[in-house]
Write a protein that binds this ligand. Structure first.
Ligand SMILES: NC(=O)c1ccc[n+]([C@@H]2O[C@H](COP(=O)([O-])OP(=O)(O)OC[C@H]3O[C@@H](n4cnc5c(N)ncnc54)[C@H](OP(=O)(O)O)[C@@H]3O)[C@@H](O)[C@H]2O)c1
Length: 284
């Protein structure tokens, strides 16, 4: 199968391009070659490449969206609309990633695919509009919502906490915001299974279990071989309001993976197990 993957310089796109490259003909243009906000360039690129599948991993981050709502709309809403339409014009399927941040975080239980999105920040608003734009522009669309992704290829808190702690460096961990976490390798495996099943629509894909950044950092410290005393010294816990990030985050936004279960797919392993696989693979 010929596959075009956008955003392959990022965490999810990078992993997808590596994994899909083993069995498919992958075209992974960087931004300089394919700026997804230019609908004309997008159309010409896809018409020339004539892939069977287009996967969109390009995104503008949470706080950048709050600072620049016009750019947020261009990357997170209009780009998936253009990519989905271009894919449709050559008969290709379109797979688009979205986020737990389409929800407001006021629920008491994990959100399922049928729950009503109610975003509380510009990122969530533009991502939710992007889901609708993609679904409306191509009859063969998969939207995969995921949450707090970690893995090789991104210098984020979740991806680097174990390394920082093992090196004796302090980390700041938020203690009052809860969500699902997702190991990027497990996300890509599940995406492959969803594509094989071939049922278009909306999917939640996350590892089992719910955590705060503090829980995550404590587990990362344990896996990195720190004792409780060392972990307590190196992990500085803070509240969301103390961090003062530009964009508000939903307080409680775990996802329930109902659609994948309906395909007969088992839940992904627990996040602690997934984190152990990541840490053991990166710290040998
Ligand atoms: N990471 C998470 O925790 C998380 C959580 C929930 C959902 N998701 C979703 O997963 C998907 C992938 O996220 P990620 O974490 O892998 O993102 P990422 O690591 O921030 O990478 C985003 C990529 O998008 C590219 N990009 C941005 N603007 C572009 C443009 N105008 N044209 C072409 N490329 C552009 C960036 O290119 P440059 O490198 O050139 O800037 C970068 O390679 C997104 O849909 C996101 O909403 C991620």
């Amino acid at each position: 199968m010929k596959v075009v993957i956008t955003g392959s310089g990022g965490l999810v796109g990078g992993c997808l391009a590596r994994r899909f490259g083993r069995g498919h003909a992958v075209l992974a243009p960087r931004r300089a070659e394919l700026d997804v906000t230019d609908a004309g360039v997008v159309r010409r690129f896809i018409e020339e490449a004539r892939p069977q599948l287009v996967v969109n991993c390009a995104v503008l981050g949470v706080d950048e969206c709050e600072r620049d709502p016009a750019a947020a709309s261009a990357v997170n809403t209009e780009a998936p609309r253009a990519l989905a339409a271009a894919a449709a014009s050559v008969g290709a399927e379109f797979l688009h990633f979205s986020t737990n941040y389409v929800f407001d975080g006021e629920a008491r239980e994990p959100y399922g695919e049928c729950d009503e999105p109610r975003p509380v920040n510009v990122y969530g608003q533009t991502k939710e509009a992007g889901e609708r734009a993609a679904l409306g522009a191509n009859p063969r669309v998969y939207v995969v919502r995921t949450s707090w992704v970690f893995g090789a290829g991104k210098e984020s808190f979740l991806s680097t906490a174990h390394r920082e702690l093992a090196a004796g460096r302090r980390v700041r961990a938020i203690k009052d915001t809860r969500a699902s976490v997702t190991y990027v390798e497990d996300l890509v495996s599940r995406v492959e299974e969803i594509l094989r099943a071939g049922r278009h629509g909306l999917y939640h894909v996350v590892n089992e279990g719910v955590c705060t950044y503090e829980d995550f950092a404590r587990e990362a410290a344990r896996l990195a071989g720190l004792d409780e005393e060392e972990a307590a010294r190196l992990i500085e816990t803070v509240t969301e309001s103390e961090v003062r990030r530009p964009a508000r985050r939903p307080r409680y936004s775990p996802l329930r993976c109902t659609a994948a279960a309906e395909l007969g797919l088992p839940p992904l392993r627990h996040w602690r197990e997934a984190l152990a696989a990541y840490v053991n693979g990166t710290m040998k």
